[in-house]
Design a protein. Structure first.
Length: 335
């Protein structure tokens, strides 16, 4: 089913022809075909911006060229391929999905990670929250230390004023957890605190490992959620209680250098390199996670903060702001 003849379908899109800096991001016109079996075509209303986009652009996560970037968006289903039963033409929808390609007006993509967007949630919010909200969901609900987490437990969350961080602060508060959030300025710490962090640490001026020990009375935290990487990894290990979990899920400061597993031995620690898409291998898993996120947002327990908006054509400026850590909350691209 289509609304427009295939021969006339093109879209503006952001593409790179080689890895590098923001200057590699080019606005181009590309053809868009029909969805095949298990695919849909979606017309975007808003597009999410995420740090993984920077990793893919820079080559930290190497990709085949040319590459159309973007992992998250919301819009209206324009056409449905054979075998797709959970979506229809005209449905409001949102997604976080591999392969990349959301930096465009119109695209064909696998349907299994695309979810119906409830009427109560705007396209802008849908685009801003899917990858970041589903990341917070799998971290707080699925990436757990031995014995799990209970009300009152301490957790440490780095970059607490970022897109994932502000969602995690609110969700952790709703779960009764004492989230200790780190950020790089007093303003960002205040933002994390206002969104539910029980304690905040400015890692630009404080030794966060020493502060965590002070806050927890020397006991340490049950789990560290770390998207910073190289700059925070070693001290994050120091923050953990015996049998604690180090959950690395990003590399904003660079990749963690090679290390010996022996550093985990004194407290018999657990380590995982967590990724969202390992939890989204089936449509059923994806829908269950999305339903949990939609419920948290619809109930008001979690509010999605869109603090930066850029036109699609100015995506290079958006990447520069993200890399310079000048952003808070979520950022979106508009069409």
């Amino acid at each position: 089913m289509t609304q427009t003849p295939t021969a006339t379908l093109t879209t503006r899109a952001i593409r790179i022809d080689q890895h590098g800096g923001p200057e590699q991001l080019k606005l181009v016109e590309v053809p868009v075909g029909e969805p095949g079996p298990g695919e849909i075509r979606i017309r975007h209303k808003a597009i999410g911006l995420n740090f993984i986009d920077v990793y893919q652009r820079s080559g930290l996560y190497p990709q085949q060229m040319p590459l159309q970037l973007g992992m998250e968006a919301a819009g209206v289903v324009d056409a449905v391929g054979e075998g797709v039963t959970h979506l229809r033409v005209g449905d409001r929808a949102a997604y976080a999905s591999a392969p990349p390609g959301s930096y465009c007006e119109l695209r064909v993509m696998p349907a299994k990670t695309v979810c119906k967007l409830p009427d109560a949630i705007s396209f802008e919010t849908g685009a801003a929250m899917m990858l970041k909200g589903l990341t917070a969901q799998y971290l707080l609900k699925k990436t757990l230390p031995a014995g799990g987490l209970a009300k009152g437990d301490f957790v440490l969350f780095h970059a607490a004023a970022g897109g994932v961080g502000l969602i995690a602060c609110q969700w952790a508060r709703a779960l009764g957890l004492q989230l200790i959030g780190t950020a790089g300025s007093e303003a960002k710490c205040a933002l994390a605190k206002a969104n539910g962090a029980a304690f905040t640490i400015n890692y630009a001026t404080e030794d966060f490992a020493a502060r965590v020990k002070e806050i927890t009375g020397g006991a340490g935290v049950k789990v560290v959620y770390d998207s910073i990487g190289k700059d925070t990894f070693e001290k994050s290990i120091e923050c953990l209680a015996p049998l604690g979990l180090m959950a690395s899920f990003g590399n904003a400061s660079g990749m963690v250098p090679p290390f010996s597993p022996a550093i985990l031995a004194p407290k018999s620690l657990y380590l995982t390199r967590a990724t969202l898409f390992a939890h989204m291998t089936t449509r059923e898993n994806t829908q269950a996670m999305a339903d949990d996120l939609f419920a948290a947002v619809a109930s008001g327990q979690v509010q999605i903060h869109i603090d930066q908006t850029f036109p699609l054509a100015e995506v290079a400026e958006a990447h520069r702001a993200l890399e310079a850590r000048k952003t808070t909350g979520c950022s979106i691209l508009t069409l």
